[in-house]
Design a protein around this ligand. Structure first.
Ligand code: ADP
Ligand code: MG
Length: 718
């Protein structure tokens, strides 16, 4: 098999071993394991327990008190399924734990009859109640740990409970057997250790063999925790090593642009702004200028909450490029937003000049153009020729600028707004836009990404933050409004009052899963309804993604010019809409949105001098949803909300499946494991400092390669 025959077994070796090779896995079980995605011995060893039940911590049935919540641990003595008179499935189970008997009642869970056969050993968690004078639990949480009758072994003091997939029907006791054999087979050679002894010692980590044993078969909870810590460390170290290596590979192989940092143009711009920069804006601009003037290509994230003033920073960066004779691209995720950026740029850059190309006669105005799908063929030609000749300085558009035929002659900087997934692929497209060197990249986001998450998502990215808001923001009061008609009527009343005082309002319609069409229909209906019922008499406008761009633009303009009082809209207003007079935000079915999205939506108000209100109309059903609504009402701090979002929904949800890395985290969680992320970042840097292509750490290198797949070849070339 592997070259390390005399050494320990590597993970790659285990990944090359089908589970079917184990004696405890016959063809049938092999198939079921495959259904759960467990095909190799490594898969099985990395199928970690979901939790561990400490038998010493369980409650004795004899001691249970009515009303208390407890975990009991026992063997099924009797099980009986029937139907109630209403036709509901009812399963009654009696368990015994050596001290006494307890009745369990399951409603609508007919399958429990089969699952909890006599002799099944399981942990039951629930609240003790009383029925006909007897203590019982109703619909407790069940963790089957084994079946004595079926040949399941009696378990130790700490019992691992494996995640079960509903369909596959691989019981936890079966998994325990398979894992036990896998561990036993690894024992003779032991698992190879990818880390230097010094690293293990410095970070107080147990070796890998101990870690896999300790996570599956701990003798004490402390052992389980040490094992976990080691395995989490490994997960993050692989990711960080890949990310740091990628950053370094890019720095080493790509030649960037030395931008002119003299600041003449940028200073002129700042001098003309109607307000002083905030300290954060100033610092961000300094960091960006420094990056841009250095030889390595810039790859920087500008992160600032809604309304923190990112546009001014972006324009400053674009002007750094322009003052040295380069061109800039300013890219937004939607056409509406690109148009908004275009208007803002024209307004803020008005009166600025640059030396006219090839002329001693002086200056010409900085030239900004808008290029979207809607640009006419004639304008397109005009802009193309301007780009070619170097008279166009800045092009504002959608991300299509990258893919389209915008013939930049000297692209020096690309600013990318609200594009979280600007990856390696897109960056390579940028190269084609400049013959001589790789353009700099500034990614902007208002979705605050907690530090640790940013380290993982953008591990190879530097970051500037705008935490401080420009002066003159007004606070937003947020209220959760339940389904009670009186409560809702009161919210509409407040909206009418505000409109009466000259303010404007947004009503955001529910998110409809799947189809923009259905969503548009729902928004249209709500618009009609409001017009005839709750908001009759006010001037209402409708905005949704299915409308032709011309119409969208007209509605936006009418709202900006205060020809409309209320804009009924889908989430198309999420980013970029900037109307200072809007002071009420009403969000229907608010619990369907993620926290960050709600925060973005709410950020559409509170942009002017008027105190603003946000109403979350909702009837949250789950604890998650309730928690999210409470967080929104309690805080307007985007960073706090982003952390909460991560905590409640998990990183995979927040950043999307494809955000590589997250789906590979099996034990590690952020923000919880922030320390490990930072610790492993340092270790990865030190490792790569001393051993650039990991020639002396072949195993770690293999693991990183297996994690990152195809995208990895270029990383470790020295
Ligand atoms: P973001 O894009 O970060 O959400 P914007 O760049 O749209 O925020 O800025 C929000 C508003 O704040 C704009 O109207 C902008 O002109 C204004 N603004 C930006 N910087 C400052 C500042 N330093 N002082 C006062 N107002 C500012
Ligand atoms: Mg540079």
């Amino acid at each position: 098999m592997a070259a390390t025959e005399e050494g320990g077994i590597t993970l790659r070796e285990l990944a090359g071993r089908p589970v079917g090779d184990l004696d405890s896995v016959g063809p049938k079980l092999e198939e079921r394991l495959a259904d759960m995605g467990l095909c190799t011995v490594l898969d099985v060893l990395q199928h970690y327990p979901r939790r561990w039940v400490d038998r010493t911590k369980r409650a004795d049935i004899a001691e249970l008190k009515i009303g208390e919540e407890a975990t009991v641990f026992g063997e099924v003595r009797r099980v009986h399924g029937r139907r109630t008179r209403q036709g509901r499935a009812l399963v009654e189970v009696v368990v015994h734990d050596g001290t006494s008997l307890l009745n369990l009642t399951f409603f609508n869970q007919g399958w429990r009859e089969k699952q909890l056969g006599v002799g099944t050993e399981a942990a039951f968690f629930g609240k003790v109640d009383v029925y006909r004078g007897k203590r019982q639990m109703t619909n407790p949480v069940v963790d089957v740990v084994g079946n004595v009758a079926d040949g399941g072994e009696k378990t130790g003091v700490i019992v691992p409970i494996y995640p079960q997939s509903g369909k596959a029907e691989v019981y936890t006791w079966q998994l325990r057997k398979v894992v036990a054999e896998a561990l036993r087979r690894c024992q003779r050679r032991g698992l190879a250790e990818p880390l230097d002894a010094a690293v293990l010692e410095a970070h107080k980590l147990v070796d890998r063999t101990a870690a896999y044993k300790g996570i599956h078969q701990p003798e004490t909870m402390a052992e389980q925790q040490t094992a976990r810590r080691r395995l989490i460390f490994d997960e993050f170290l692989r990711m960080q090593t890949g990310l740091v290596a990628r950053k370094r590979a890019i720095e080493a192989t790509q030649l960037g642009i030395h931008h002119d940092a003299s600041r003449a143009l940028v200073s002129a711009f700042h001098g003309r702004l109607p307000f002083p920069l905030t300290d954060d804006q100033q610092r961000a601009i300094d960091e960006i200028t420094q990056d841009m003037s250095s030889a390595a290509p810039m790859h920087r994230l500008l992160q600032g909450d809604v309304g923190s003033g990112k546009t001014v920073v972006a324009l400053s960066a674009l002007l750094v490029a322009v003052q040295g004779g380069h061109q800039g691209a300013f890219m937004a995720p939607t056409e509406v937003l690109a148009e908004q950026h275009h208007l803002t740029s024209l307004r803020l850059l008005e009166g600025l000049t640059v030396p006219a190309h090839g002329s001693l006669l002086g200056d010409r105005p900085v030239r900004v153009e808008l290029l979207t799908n809607r640009t006419s063929a004639a304008d397109r030609r005009r802009i193309a020729s301007g780009l070619n000749g170097g008279e166009v300085d800045i092009v504002v558009g959608t991300h299509a600028l990258l893919y389209g035929d915008a013939p930049f002659s000297r692209l020096g900087l690309a600013v990318i707004d609200e594009q979280h997934r600007f990856g390696v692929e897109q960056r390579s497209l940028l190269r084609d836009k400049n013959r001589d060197a790789v353009p700099d990249v500034l990614v902007m986001t208002a979705t605050p990404i907690p530090r640790t998450a940013a380290m993982l998502v953008y591990g190879d990215l530097d970051k500037s933050e705008l935490r401080e808001m420009p002066p003159g923001r007004t606070p937003i009061t947020t209220e959760v409004i339940g389904p009670n008609p009186l409560e809702r009527a009161r919210a509409y009343e407040v909206l009418r009052q505000e409109v009466g005082e000259g303010r404007q309002a947004y009503v955001v319609c529910p998110l409809v899963e799947g189809s923009g069409k259905v969503e548009a229909k729902a928004a249209t209906e709500e618009y009609e309804r409001l017009q005839h019922e709750d908001l009759a008499g006010l001037r209402l406008g409708l905005l949704h993604g299915q409308m032709p761009s011309k119409e969208k633009e007209a509605v936006m303009a009418a709202f900006r010019d205060h020809e409309l009082d209320v804009l009924v809209a889908t989430t198309v207003i999420e980013v970029g809409v900037d109307v200072a007079n809007a002071a009420v935000m009403m969000i229907e079915d608010a619990d369907r949105f993620g926290l960050s999205q709600l925060h973005q939506l709410r950020g559409r108000v509170g942009r002017g001098e008027h105190a603003s209100r946000c109403f979350l109309l909702t009837d949250p059903q789950t604890d998650d949803a309730k928690e999210r609504m409470a967080a929104m009402a309690a805080s307007t701090d985007g960073f706090f909300l982003a952390e909460k979002d991560l905590e409640i929904r998990g990183a995979g949800e927040v950043f999307g499946e494809r955000q590589s890395g997250f789906s590979d985290l099996k034990l590690g969680r952020i923000p919880r494991d922030e320390d490990a992320v930072i610790e492993t970042r340092r270790v990865a840097e030190a490792l790569l400092d001393a051993d650039t292509d990991l020639a002396a750490h072949v195993q770690l290198r293999e693991e990183v390669e297996d994690l990152l797949g195809d995208s990895v070849e270029f990383l470790f070339k020295s």
